[in-house]
Design a protein around this ligand. Structure first.
Ligand code: HEC
Ligand code: HEC
Ligand code: HEC
Ligand code: HEC
Length: 146
């Protein structure tokens, strides 16, 4: 009896563990990633199609601009074929931060959508300012296309 219980606990623990980890295998990376994280019960906004390959090859952005380690240190040496952790691994709350109350920068970053937005939008804004390019998306509807 005790043994069965132990086994059940082990299995439940293992399932919980595999659900809570989002390590993506590097050999299966899609050219365009559908940003539809399963941690969300429901997406409020339309699903963004992120041109991962284009960002790397055409826009010449280094891996470390977007991927970093558990201390937030850029993974500049990442290369094609390496496994990566999903953003949700560390930016764990599957929503946008609530408008009120005002959160600190660190608290904001616990929210998945805030971390993603900061990464994508900050670079786009900078790019827009530096090059005058108006196509690079900085507003909601340009990424969350209806
Ligand atoms: C402009 C930002 C950006 C750059 C540059 C970038 N990535 Fe990513 N990458 C992402 C995002 C965002 C995801 C999706 C993560 C998630 O959904 O949690 C991702 C996912 C991945 C995945 C998982 C594949 C999948 O289909 O889910 C791998 C592997 C990966 N990146 C490797 C790399 C490597 C290697 C480089 C450099 C050669 C790189 N990335 C450059 C933002 C970037
Ligand atoms: C292994 C854990 C881990 C993963 C995976 C991770 N982050 Fe982070 N991230 C951190 C830590 C730690 C910090 C620093 C937080 C702080 O300073 O309080 C950070 C900081 C950030 C910041 C603010 C500082 C900066 O670099 O601009 C952004 C934006 C961000 N992460 C976006 C992302 C995105 C997008 C992904 C997925 C492509 C991701 N993170 C994946 C742990 C992680
Ligand atoms: C470090 C800079 C940087 C980061 C980070 C970044 N981008 Fe971009 N993005 C660019 C540049 C540069 C362009 C291309 C502008 C041009 O040449 O038209 C672009 C273009 C785009 C476009 C329009 C063209 C296309 O390829 O679809 C979309 C949509 C887009 N990015 C989504 C995202 C999303 C979503 C993220 C975050 C997961 C992200 N970007 C992160 C630099 C960045
Ligand atoms: C540069 C592209 C980009 C822009 C601009 C952008 N988003 Fe997002 N947003 C994303 C990505 C990528 C995700 C992550 C979705 C995922 O991984 O499931 C996201 C996630 C979200 C989420 C959480 C998921 C959901 O659908 O409920 C909300 C809410 C959201 N965005 C609202 C907004 C609003 C409001 C604006 C304008 C103020 C905005 N976004 C601008 C790319 C963008």
């Amino acid at each position: 009896m005790k043994r069965t219980l132990l086994l059940v606990i082990l299995i439940v623990g293992f399932v919980a563990l595999s659900l809570s980890t989002a390590i993506y295998a590097g050999d299966k990376v899609s050219d365009v990633i559908k940003m539809e994280n399963a941690a969300y019960d429901k997406h409020e906004k339309s699903i963004v199609e992120f041109t991962h390959k284009k960002h790397i090859e055409d826009y010449k952005i280094g891996c470390g601009e977007c991927h970093h380690d558990a201390n937030g240190k850029p993974l500049n040496d990442l290369k094609a074929g390496d496994n990566v952790s999903g953003c949700i691994e560390c930016h764990k709350i599957a929503s946008k931060a609530p408008r009120e109350p005002k959160l600190s920068e660190k608290e904001q970053l616990q929210y998945h959508a805030e971390a993603i937005h900061q990464n994508c939008i900050d670079c786009h804004k900078k790019f827009k300012k530096e090059t005058g390019n108006k196509e690079v998306p900085t507003s909601c509807a340009k990424c969350h296309i209806k």
